[in-house]
Design a protein around this ligand. Structure first.
Ligand code: GLA
Length: 374
């Protein structure tokens, strides 16, 4: 059995596929897999949540019309394409990472399954390669051209620690999350806009458009990681308004992640929280990946004493906000926002107070009890 967690990201949104910086951590919500060799010729996948069984050819896993198996089948495809000889397996999957909440249930699915197949067959594939295989599955079997952050965080998380990841070199360093009297509260808007994945891919293209413009003047530029605000301003006339805004946000956000890491090192949580608000502002106005529900939740948080910062989390267009809230105020924060949200949108808001936990790992049977594995 394998457990693979969802993730949060403290700051650094949409920077990963621009070869920039992110600051994620794995959380205490996971996808859990029970995987074993099968005596049947086919592989089988069973989702407890969907109560669906899917059979597949272990040597030729094809995309299905259901979404959930594709995350796993894409991983199988990577093993096959890389020349690993897989034996038929059966797998049962369940979990408590909410889907569509921006907590990367998809990366948890991909990473956990890649980890399980690797372990079961004793292939000894390094974790970094498993991360890339998981990302490939998302690109080619799900159709989202995601960056590397989610898979990295799900696989590499360490209890009590966040890390700054340089998405170009893939170097990273862990640091203890010391939020003192504050906790991490996620407010789930419970909305998921159906165009989210195509809009995500579009943002990626718009950033590439910006790189092409800058490259004509600055040959060393390979991605927005290499760009500066000065460069963008100097050639502003060559950008459409939209691409100008997208590029400006990314360059600012990369700077913010590095400055935010300094804040955390100094224990300056207040300044860190201000940066979260600035990130949200950029995501909402310049990058345009927020939505009225998320903007509302962030605005409400500003009115509440005991909140240091708030912003939308993950790809956007729905899902959660991440909030740094005084522990003693967390309950009243949640109920205040829930009521306000209900009044404004006639829609339920959900909430999760999350802890930072280890990344993908084998479940020790000794830790299981009779009734629950989660
Ligand atoms: C999604 C993607 C990540 C990242 C975030 C935005 O979660 O999977 O790669 O781009 O959106 O930061």
């Amino acid at each position: 059995m394998v457990r693979s967690p969802g993730r949060i990201n403290l700051i650094g949104e949409h920077t990963d596929y621009n070869e920039g910086f992110v600051m994620p951590a794995a959380i205490d919500r996971s996808i859990v897999f029970a995987v074993g060799f099968s005596t049947e010729p086919d592989g089988s996948l069973y989702s407890v949540k969907h109560d669906e069984l899917v059979r597949f050819d272990i040597n030729n896993p094809k995309i299905t019309e259901h979404l959930w198996p594709n995350y796993l089948l894409g991983v199988v495809r990577q093993f096959v394409d890389k020349g690993y000889s897989l034996k038929p397996i059966h797998c049962v999957v369940d979990g408590d990472v909410p889907t569509g909440a921006g907590l990367s249930s998809s990366a948890a699915l991909e990473c956990g399954f890649a980890f399980a197949l690797n372990h079961l067959h004793s292939f000894n594939i390094p974790k970094l390669e498993l991360i890339h295989m998981a990302q490939w599955a998302e690109h080619h079997y799900v159709g989202v051209k995601c960056g590397i952050m989610d898979q990295f965080a799900s696989m590499m998380g360490i209890e009590g620690k966040a890390f700054v990841l340089d998405c170009r070199s893939l170097s990273y360093h862990y640091f203890p999350i010391d939020l003192k009297d504050y906790s991490i509260v996620l407010c789930d808007s419970m909305v998921k806009h159906s165009l989210a994945s195509s809009a995500y891919n579009k943002r990626r293209e718009e950033c590439e458009e910006g790189v092409l413009i800058l490259k004509q003047h600055y040959h060393h530029i390979k991605s927005l990681r290499d760009a500066t605000i000065d460069m963008i301003e100097t050639h502003r006339g060559e950008f459409t308004e939209k691409v100008y805004n997208r590029c400006t946000y990314i360059v600012q956000e990369n700077q913010r992640v590095l400055a935010a890491a300094d804040d955390l090192e100094k224990g300056d949580l207040k300044s860190f929280g201000q940066k979260m608000y600035a990130t949200h502002d950029g995501l909402s106005k310049l990058y345009q990946v927020s939505c009225p529900e998320l903007d509302f939740l962030v605005d409400q948080s500003k009115k509440f004493e005991g909140v240091l910062g708030s912003r939308m989390l993950g790809g956007g267009f729905g899902g959660c906000t991440i909030n740094i809230v005084l522990k003693t105020k967390a309950d009243s924060f949640i109920s205040t926002l829930r009521h306000a949200y209900q009044r404004n949108f006639q829609h339920e808001m959900n909430s999760y107070v999350v802890e930072v936990k280890n990344g993908t790992s084998i479940i020790d049977p000794a830790t299981l009890n009779d009734t629950t594995i989660l």
